[in-house]
Design a protein around this ligand. Structure first.
Ligand code: PLP
Length: 397
């Protein structure tokens, strides 16, 4: 069964809610994938930042195989060892977030985080503190709560009524936040850098100001690290670059190397408001998924984070250099191995299609941004090869 047949079958039976590209991926190894016609691609989008340690990583595969012989699922009616082991590793890696809750995706982790923030104030005698301050151009997911917090009207329109109590401010503007935060503020919900908005970084010191304002006004600082966490930016969590400590944080995407898993970490005194019955997930903390994530954590803490910083620096330089080779490239931005190539013309979807022809997978955000989120294990040679292919794609698009 080749690409054409599979694409046609997909178009016949699947919801047509994605702008799916016309190839079927059948196999992956390291930074490469193969399509159903046997063509090989350098994968620099990595399942949208999920394939964190490369396709079919031997250590993760081994963890999955071993766990598959023991236990696949038991639910949270019982304790399962891989879930506890992963929670120990994640909480040991944070100075202040000492409790973990598991779910299955980014949006679910954010739903849990929003509910946790609301409930925290109810339990602490301030049930009127319901307002969650969010930001324009943010992305937090597609379920109703996360969608209500997502500052992109195009995703919200036509799905009302959305949950109330979410208000939007300009990302990176600390003075505006200072004017709007107050005794009604439940939490400030933000990404350490806005991934889906086009890999946008806030000004230096912004996260620190958010932290100070939240502390001063008794609001929770809740961070969406679904895309930026788990080593993507060169630190285990992106907020660690700024030396701030949030009150809670959501994780997903790269956490289990491509196996579906979401997590919410929170401070002890915040987590404790989720008493038995308040929140739950049947699949949450599934033994297979958490065993995979444990192996990913071991790899990240076994030297991979340093490698991400070096690789990110190289990718940044190589992307910046494209502007000297073609007027269509207009610079780059990002952190670690989450980066964007900026274009000077509305060509991003065409560049992505051309790159695919040339054997490189990347992703367009709007018309002028090409996003790259390669496996954190990508080598320097692969980075050089990818940027060479990207130059070809930009000039030929
Ligand atoms: C991808 C993403 C989500 C949603 O994650 P899903 O697993 O698709 O639900 C939420 N927040 C951020 C910052 C993301 O990048």
């Amino acid at each position: 069964m080749g690409n054409q047949d599979l694409v046609q079958r997909a178009q016949t039976v699947l919801f047509q809610n994605y702008r799916t590209q016309p190839i079927a991926i059948v196999r992956g190894e390291g930074s490469y994938v193969w399509d159903a016609d046997g063509k090989r691609y350098l994968d620099f989008i990595g399942g949208i930042a999920t394939v964190s340690v490369g396709h079919a990583n031997p250590r993760v595969r081994e963890a999955l195989l071993e766990q598959s012989k023991l236990l696949w699922h038991a639910s949270n009616l019982y304790v399962t060892e891989p879930q506890v082991r992963l929670a120990e590793k994640l909480t040991a890696a944070s100075r202040t977030l000492k409790r973990a809750f598991f779910c299955n995706s980014g949006t679910e982790a954010n739903e849990a985080m929003i509910k946790l923030a609301r409930h925290y104030h109810v339990v602490n005698g301030a049930p009127d503190r319901i307002e969650i301050l969010c930001f324009h151009n943010s992305f937090h997911g597609r379920t109703m709560g996360s969608l209500a917090a997502t500052g992109q009207p195009k995703y919200q329109e036509g799905f009302g009524p959305l949950p109330a109590g979410f208000r939007f401010l300009d990302y990176g503007d600390a003075a505006q936040l200072e004017k709007n935060i107050g005794p009604q503020t439940c939490a400030v919900l933000l990404e350490p850098l806005q991934g889906e908005a086009g890999v946008l970084l806030p000004p230096p010191g912004y996260l620190k100001r958010v932290r100070e304002l939240c502390t001063r006004h008794g609001a929770l600082m809740i961070l969406d690290e679904v895309q930026t966490g788990m080593g993507r930016t060169g630190r285990l969590f992106a907020h660690q670059h700024e030396g701030v400590e949030p009150d809670a944080m959501s994780l997903a995407k790269g956490i289990a190397g491509g196996v579906p898993l979401g997590a919410l970490l929170a401070r002890e005194d915040v987590a404790k408001v989720f008493t038995p019955g308040t929140h739950a997930s049947t699949f949450g903390g599934n033994p297979l998924a958490t065993a995979a994530a444990s192996a990913v954590m071991d790899l990240l803490q076994g030297g991979l984070l340093d490698q991400v910083q070096r690789a990110g620096g190289r990718l940044s330089q190589r992307l910046a250099a494209l502007s000297r080779k073609t007027p269509r490239a207009a610079g780059e931005r990002g952190l670690g191995l989450l980066r964007a190539l900026l274009l000077s013309e509305d060509l991003a979807p065409k560049v992505v299609a051309k790159a695919r022809d040339l054997g490189l997978l990347v992703n367009a955000i709007g018309e002028r941004v090409v996003r790259l989120a390669p496996p954190l294990t990508a080598t320097e040679a692969e980075i050089d090869q990818a940027t060479d292919l990207l130059l070809g794609s930009v000039t030929q698009a």
